[in-house]
Write a new protein. Structure first.
Length: 374
């Protein structure tokens, strides 16, 4: 089986590598993370100009192809640079759902501005009680004439601080099961919408969002009412694969920086890399990175095959990569010693991002159980 990238994918990868090296040094990233801005909008516009916002979408929707392998090419390099701009939240999650379930008119109204870089989206799906169960939704939308009246609370909405439009999962009937889950496009500035924004531990932006009798036109319903759960599950799996790719990139960066540090840091008159016990630990980190990359490629090709086995493959990847992220992240910090947890060192921020990824879209334990049950 051929695991190599195509010429187009390699060119795409090279463009991201150049951007990270020239415009996204750790010091530049820290200025964004420590500022009040949710992300750097100049960088976002640059993403649009470079065509990266087209990557998650098919040619029919105006994109560049939309394959899972294309996606991991970008996300792996984003992981190495710890990019905080919301490609995942705005394009892959929210944009992916519009591409999956939206009408041609809805795609024209929301996807085109997104790909041009002029629109920010966020998918509000998590609730305090849901515990990774996408059907566990308390937020409701009741029909009132030509409108739906929205009531509820969404937590940890990625890019919720910056989004112009919110894509909200709601329950449109009283049944507590897979039936009755719908998607609504909501103007983030609508009366009754309250956003409490914050920076997450890994430097990204998120928000708690409350909906109090928010009136939404019925035309903003995405897809068929009560039948949105399969689309949500599909796009969440795609986003899960994306953060797995990001984790692989972050792990490889952590390993590279750890090896370099042990070569230059001396103790008892000799470099740390000369100690056999530390060599073994770094060898274990290398093995974890290689295994993670292999299972990532398997899951990406399974997702592109679209033969019904994708959910199990994605859970296998998330479970294995979650364990690897914990191992590599902790070892990187420990081998750097006390400076490994300081804000001034990039390894500390790689560790924070790797730790966060372990719990995004389902924890390692959750995906292990999902794989077993599939």
């Amino acid at each position: 089986m051929d695991f190599s990238f195509s010429e187009e994918q390699q060119l795409l990868r090279d463009s991201v590598i150049r951007f990270i090296r020239q415009d996204y040094a750790f010091e530049h990233r820290q200025k964004t993370v420590t500022s009040n801005a949710p992300f750097n909008r100049d960088h976002w516009q640059q993403f649009a100009e470079l065509g990266w916002l087209l990557v998650p979408f098919t040619e029919e929707d105006g994109g560049l192809g939309g394959s899972a392998v294309d996606l991991i090419v970008v996300m792996e390099e984003f992981g190495k640079g710890m990019v905080v701009e919301p490609l995942l939240a705005s394009a892959i999650l929210a944009g992916g759902l519009i591409a999956e379930a939206g009408s041609p008119a809805q795609k024209n109204d929301w996807l085109l501005p997104l790909m041009e870089g002029s629109l920010q989206l966020a998918f509000a799906f998590a609730e305090p009680q849901h515990r990774f169960d996408l059907a566990n939704i308390a937020t409701s939308a009741k029909v009132d004439g030509d409108n739906l009246v929205l009531q509820g609370h969404k937590t940890l909405v990625l890019n919720g601080a910056a989004a112009d439009t919110l894509l909200v999962s709601v329950r449109t009937d009283d049944a507590d099961n897979a039936e009755g889950v719908s998607l609504l496009l909501v103007d983030a500035k609508s009366p009754g919408v309250t956003r409490n924004s914050y920076k997450t531990v890994d430097g990204h932006n998120a928000a708690e969002i409350y909906f109090d009798q928010v009136r939404v036109p019925a035309a903003n319903l995405l897809g068929r009412a009560g039948h949105s759960l399969p689309a949500i599950e599909k796009i969440i799996d795609r986003a899960t694969l994306a953060i797995c790719a990001e984790a692989v990139g972050a792990m490889e960066s952590a390993l590279e920086k750890t090896v370099e540090y042990t070569r230059t840091r001396k103790q008892f008159g000799t470099s740390l890399s000369s100690f056999q016990a530390l060599q073994h630990r770094m060898a274990d980190m290398f093995i974890e990175c290689q295994q993670a990359r292999s299972i990532l490629m398997m899951a990406a090709m399974q997702l592109d095959a679209n033969d019904g086995l994708a959910p199990k493959a994605v859970s296998a990847a998330k479970s294995r990569i979650g364990k690897a992220a914990r191992k590599v992240g902790q070892e990187a910090v420990q081998l750097h010693g006390g400076i490994g947890v300081t804000d001034e060192l990039d390894v500390a921020h790689l560790f924070k991002r790797l730790t966060s990824i372990q719990y995004l879209f389902g924890s390692t334990d959750y995906h292990t159980q999902r794989f077993i049950s599939a």
